[in-house]
Ligand binder design. Structure first.
Ligand code: PLP
Length: 421
């Protein structure tokens, strides 16, 4: 049975009606399906069962501790981009030996923390960072395992803000400079080279950029052999897309069929860093309709969730399907061209724009679909709006895995200095 579905006239997550969650925790709130997270993870993991590999879930997609625990129990590792994410990963029980650390701006403190916990490796993005890691590892009298992140200069054909593998992007080391950087790395006493890494972008809906990038990495691995640098880990990053509207992204099985023949003779462990494809369609943002407002050429449906809760429509022009929680027989409904907007004082505050949809009444609940990735994890307190709760559903049960913030939470840490008294 689908994890999100209509049953007896209302919308369900697993065996729990959304209405029941709204009654218990209020709106807006995020709702996640544990079964869906597990199913997505296993589909990916088992697609590569014939290849030695590590699944390093990209924690930034959804970093709630309970979600991380679900994945830790499946044996997942983690792809982190900050000390905070390392803290979360460890707290949730992800093994440090399965954690990789990416990002262009790692600080000394973060590097030290990661070395002390014994993560698998750093994905290094520049020679300056390589030197910093060597220095901090030296201070700790240890050696740091590293992969160099290579920028293969390939257009992933996705939104520019989530394209990371083009020459002009801030990420990685250019393919031309790669050999030189590996040579530098091999001279540093506290660095142990173990891998190569690439991640060309997110929400990829085609296989060809993935394959093309992998070919470039394989060429590089051959060249590295010639200078006696042996690569044990090939990290192909994340980025597999999901269906938000009518996209037909490749499934893990397709990816496996495309990649496996290329790597079958390679004596490497593959690393994957999927985020969105694991959790994206496992989460929903539930919101309540507050008001209608009709301008001459448009209807606005004003809801209690806003861009601070889910920024993807505002930031990327992303499409999220919106379903009424109470099932509507379409023919009885007036349809309108509507913008679904939140209460924030910005014209960019919308969850849907120019959407043909049933005119839902004030008080009705809506499910904003495909909000499990880059939803809550990108939420802010803008307009001093407390961040919304997160709820994890497991069959008939549901549990608040992050409480709704209150007004005290909003001002925690702020003080009025004595000279203002
Ligand atoms: C964001 C990111 C990922 C995850 O990308 P998805 O599109 O969510 O799979 C993986 N690796 C790196 C280095 C990232 O920055």
């Amino acid at each position: 049975m689908p994890d999100f579905r209509y049953q007896d006239g209302e919308f369900y997550c697993e065996d729990v009606p959304f209405r029941k969650i709204a009654e218990a925790v209020g709106t807006p709130c995020y709702v996640y399906s544990r079964a869906r997270v597990i199913r997505q993870y296993r589909a990916f993991d088992s697609a590569f069962k014939d290849v030695p590999h590590i699944m390093a879930y990209a924690i930034k997609a959804n970093s709630n501790l309970a979600i991380l625990r679900v994945l830790a129990k499946e044996g997942a590792g983690g792809d982190i981009v900050s000390g905070g994410e390392l803290y979360r990963a460890l707290k949730a029980g992800i093994e440090p030996q399965r954690i990789v650390f990416a990002g262009v701006g790692k600080t000394d403190d973060e590097i030290r923390y990661a070395l002390q916990t014994g993560i698998l490796m750093f994905n290094v993005e520049s020679s300056a960072e390589l030197r910093a890691i060597d220095r901090v590892a030296g201070d700790l009298k240890t050696k740091a395992r590293v992969a160099l992140r290579i920028n293969p200069d390939i257009d992933p054909k996705t939104h520019p803000y989530i394209s990371t593998g083009l020459k002009k992007s801030k990420f990685g080391i250019s393919a031309e400079r790669a050999l030189e950087e590996f040579k530098l790395a091999s001279t540093l006493r506290h660095i142990e080279i173990v891998g190569v890494h690439k991640h060309i972008g997110s929400q990829l809906t085609q296989l060809s950029p993935y394959v093309e990038a992998l070919r470039k990495m394989l060429e590089l691995i051959e060249q590295l052999k010639e200078i006696r640098v042996e690569i044990r880990y090939l990290n192909v990053g994340g980025g597999l897309g999901i269906t938000y509207q009518d996209e037909t992204p490749p499934q893990p099985e397709d990816l496996s069929q495309a990649l496996a023949p290329l790597v079958k003779d390679l004596k490497c462990t593959l690393l994957f860093e999927p985020g969105r494809s694991i959790v994206g369609n496992a989460g929903v943002l539930m919101t309540k309709v507050l008001y209608h407002k009709a301008n001459p050429d448009k209807t606005f449906i004003i809801v209690d969730a806003a861009m601070n809760d889910l920024i993807r429509p505002s930031l990327y022009g992303a499409y999220h399907e919106i379903k009424p929680v109470r099932e509507m027989r379409d023919k009885f409904r007036k349809h309108v061209l509507a913008d679904v907007v939140g209460p924030i004082c910005e014209s960019g505050d919308f969850l849907a724009k120019d959407r043909m949809m049933p005119l839902v009444d004030p008080g009705e609940l809506l499910a904003v679909m495909s909000a499990g990735a880059y939803g809550f994890s990108m939420a802010s307190n803008y307009n001093s709006r407390p961040r919304v709760p997160e709820v994890l559903v497991s069959e008939k049960e549901f549990h608040v895995v992050r409480a709704r913030e209150n007004y005290d939470d909003l001002v925690r840490g702020e003080t009025i200095p004595a000279f203002l008294e």
